[in-house]
Design a protein around this ligand. Structure first.
Ligand SMILES: Nc1nc2c(ncn2[C@@H]2O[C@H](COP(=O)(O)OP(=O)(O)OP(=O)(O)O)[C@@H](O)[C@H]2O)c(=O)[nH]1
Length: 265
């Protein structure tokens, strides 16, 4: 459509609304979009599911939905805490809004080498990056879901042989201190080092023996996981506040053991 035709169309969104009701969040939800993530090892391509919202004042009938995607089209920087903050500012300015939120959810891959054989493989994590602007400055939250192994201390103590163990999903959401930079890898390392054992995509037999014994020597309740992680996050000056959870997919039940906490405490 050319500009002449567009100018002839009524702009319903920009008309006045008489109900006197503010909308806290309006925008686009579940946009699937290719992205590039800035990592310490270079730029990693991924595909994100994106929500972008702004507030709408009481007198405005509608927001300008097309502008969210226009900003995304123009935004060309690899994703980092700094560039996400810039994207939030661009959205607020283009939508003429005081407050808003952008959340991107995407797979994030880490290249690993198996503990004994050194076999290379990729391990997938779920990364969520969130920018929020309310009354103060823009805040950035980095959330990572990391899969690990946990082995039950009680089971080890009471059993003649073995101990039940499970795959656990640890979720750490760290809201950064102002201007702080926190590599996502640091959060993954905190999660993995707090677990009974970390996971690898490829394990040969010597590696399998290693992870089996490593988990047995390092048993953890779901409570131990979230508490050990909270201790590490509380000591990190780059993190203003955090939430940690672990879901342990039990092998002796058809349900999970779960723990959640927020900090610092
Ligand atoms: N506000 C609003 N827009 C919607 C809704 N449903 C669809 N639209 C969008 O309306 C858009 C077009 O409106 P605007 O984004 O304001 O487009 P425009 O007026 O040509 O562009 P600007 O001049 O930049 O505002 C389309 O992208 C549709 O997605 C809705 O429920 N609310």
């Amino acid at each position: 459509m050319n500009i002449m035709n567009a100018a002839l169309l009524p702009d319903v969104q920009s008309s006045e609304d008489s109900r006197n009701i503010v909308i806290q969040k309006v925008g686009v939800k579940s946009v699937t979009y290719p992205v590039r993530i800035a990592t310490e090892d270079g730029v990693q391509p991924s595909v994100a599911t994106i929500d972008m919202y702004v507030s709408l004042p009481a007198q405005a009938k509608g927001t300008h939905m097309s502008r969210f995607l226009e900003v995304l089209e123009e935004f060309n920087a690899p994703l980092s805490s700094k560039s996400l903050s810039t994207l939030m500012s661009l959205v607020l300015s283009r939508l003429d809004a005081d407050s808003g939120m952008i959340e991107l959810r995407m797979p994030y891959f880490v290249r690993k080498t198996a503990p004994v054989s050194g076999a290379p493989s990729l391990l997938d994590h779920q990364l969520t990056l969130r920018a929020e602007k309310a009354n103060g400055p823009i805040t950035i939250t980095q959330q990572i879901q990391t899969p690990v192994t946990s082995l039950c201390p009680c089971s080890k103590e009471i059993s003649l042989y073995g101990a039940h163990n499970q795959r656990s999903h640890i979720i750490i959401a760290a809201t950064l201190a102002e201007d702080a930079v926190l590599p996502v890898r640091d959060l993954i390392e905190i999660a993995e080092s707090s677990a009974s054992c970390q996971l690898w995509g490829v394990l040969k037999r010597p590696d399998e023996k290693f992870v089996t014994e490593r988990a047995y020597e390092n048993p953890k309740f779901v409570e131990d996981l979230v508490r050990d992680i909270a201790v590490a996050l509380s000591a990190d000056p780059r993190i203003a506040r955090f939430e940690v959870s672990s879901e342990n997919f039990e092998s002796i039940h058809n349900h999970s053991a779960f723990a959640w906490l927020s900090g610092p405490q």
